[in-house]
Design a protein. Structure first.
Length: 222
């Protein structure tokens, strides 16, 4: 196997966002240089808003809360306790296959959510993983994706809402979306599901996709 996993911090040992970003950058340099294997970082962050490259001023927090500007794609989102964040720092087997990479991350999360009886889907024109409109409400996002690929090596990644507070999303236009909501596993199932509960299944599903995604440690990008 060429893919490794590191649990940086789960409740109550939250990781400050800027520290997590620093770790990502350091690891990215090593993976790019071939001195470290492709690695997925799994963690929970201390509460923070982050803004991708396409964030517009009117989407920022209404109360003036500080926002960390980052170099990933996407718009504004929130990270914090109760949300499992995954940062795959991997050398892609096909450096031009970014769409395939994103779709595989979505498939991983859809498979994990199915364990909890959640029928999560992709919705055309919307990034991330969703629950379609039903008797409970409109389309609502349960997992987000925002990535960067530099010289064929990925950064940033995905976030699955487990049992986090949804109130912070009420202060922003999350991901630039005004006609849909945000939800969590706990909200949908009535069960208190923590990020730590998902880790082993996320690892399992990423392993299932490893051969298609990850270049060998010694080999060049194909």
């Amino acid at each position: 196997m060429t893919l490794e996993f590191q649990q940086l911090g789960l409740a109550p040992d939250y990781i400050d966002y800027t520290r997590g970003w620093e770790i990502q950058r350091e690891l990215h340099e090593k993976v790019l240089a071939g001195t470290a294997p492709s690695t997925v970082l799994l963690l929970e962050h201390s509460a923070v808003y982050t803004a991708g490259k396409r964030t517009e001023d009117h989407e920022r927090p209404f109360d003036g809360t500080p926002v960390v500007a980052v170099d990933r794609g996407g718009k504004l989102t929130w990270h914090g306790p109760g949300q499992l964040v995954g940062y795959p720092i991997i050398k892609l087997k096909n450096k031009a296959g970014i769409r395939d990479y994103v779709e595989r991350l979505e498939a991983v999360m859809i498979a994990v959510l199915a364990d909890y009886g959640i029928d999560a889907v992709r919705i055309k024109g919307r990034a991330g993983v969703w629950i379609e409109a039903d008797a409970k409400g409109p389309d609502r996002k349960i997992a987000a994706i925002g990535i960067r690929v530099h010289e064929g090596v990925t950064m940033h990644g995905f976030a699955i809402n487990c049992n986090n507070d949804l109130a912070p999303y009420g202060q922003i236009i999350a991901c630039g979306i005004t006609d849909a909501g945000v939800t969590t596993i706990a909200q949908e199932t009535g069960r208190d599901v923590a990020p730590a509960d998902l880790v082993s299944r996320v690892i399992e599903e990423l392993r299932n996709n490893e051969e298609a995604l990850v270049a060998t440690h010694e080999g060049a990008l194909l």
